[in-house]
Design a protein around this ligand. Structure first.
Ligand code: ZN
Length: 253
């Protein structure tokens, strides 16, 4: 039986907020999608009762703790039972998380309920995170070439604990197996050209994909050189600028 989530998606495997007794968020900020990062966290509190009620009690404690810091809501996007692998909706797909300073606008934050320094994350939990991310990619909320990192890679040195941190790559879905919905390139607005700071319009990755370049999203030297070569091959003026003519040739029907 499907359950109603904040995000509007009906899925059987995510426990919605009302089912774990979450308080409503004090405010929310819409998350810009797709994101290019997923950060793994842990709550750093020992989880002794692995029943759904035991996990939910800890989840509510995290939320109270974050409200106590005057935050909008529990900081994470989703929570995962350390042993059970149950998935709990926190801020979900649509609302910006608040758990990874400087990275929240471009990431989801998945938090393992428990202490992965002193407790071992289960295979079920690793698989649950893997499946959740895969779902996010299918929905178009996470870029297929996203980065998975631990909170400790950007800040808190102990988060998550080593039992989870050592398994990050297993949490990452194999990109080949993910069916990406047909996406439409952003409409042409302004020409892409070399400048500083680099042009990081969403169109850049589309151009890089056409050129077979790594999708770093920066309209830099390498991309410009490849655009010039591509323009030459396609009978256009090789100026390295993606104007409307080059755009239409690349993405037109
Ligand atoms: Zn953390």
């Amino acid at each position: 039986m499907g359950r109603k989530l904040l995000s509007g998606q009906r899925m059987t495997d995510i426990i919605p907020r009302e089912e774990w007794g979450a308080e409503p968020a004090r405010w929310t900020t819409n998350q810009k999608r797709p994101v290019d990062h997923v950060f793994i966290h842990h709550g750093a509190t020992l989880l002794r009762d692995h029943s759904q009620e035991g996990e939910a009690a800890i989840a509510r404690a995290y939320q109270r703790y974050h409200f106590g810091k005057s935050w909008a809501d529990i900081a994470y996007s989703f929570l995962i039972g350390l042993k059970s692998g149950r998935i709990y909706e926190a801020r979900g797909w649509f609302n910006r998380p608040g758990a990874t300073k400087n990275w929240n606008h471009r990431s989801y934050a998945i938090c393992i309920i428990g202490d992965t320094t002193q407790q071992v994350i289960s295979d079920e939990a690793v698989r649950a995170i893997h499946n959740l991310i895969k779902e996010g990619i299918k929905l178009g909320y996470i870029l297929p070439d996203f980065n998975i990192r631990g909170h400790r890679d950007v800040k808190n040195k102990d988060c998550p604990g080593h039992t989870a941190y050592s398994r990050l790559q297993e949490m990452r879905p194999d990109v080949e197996t993910v069916v990406v919905p047909k996406l439409v390139p952003p409409a042409f607005t302004k020409p892409l050209k070399l400048r500083w700071p680099r042009n990081r319009s969403p169109l850049v990755k589309w151009v890089q994909a056409v050129l077979g370049l790594p999708l770093n999203g920066d309209y830099g030297w390498l991309t410009v050189q490849r655009v010039k070569a591509w323009q030459k091959e396609n009978g256009l003026k090789p100026d390295g600028i993606v104007g409307s003519i080059t755009y239409n040739k690349m993405f037109g029907e």
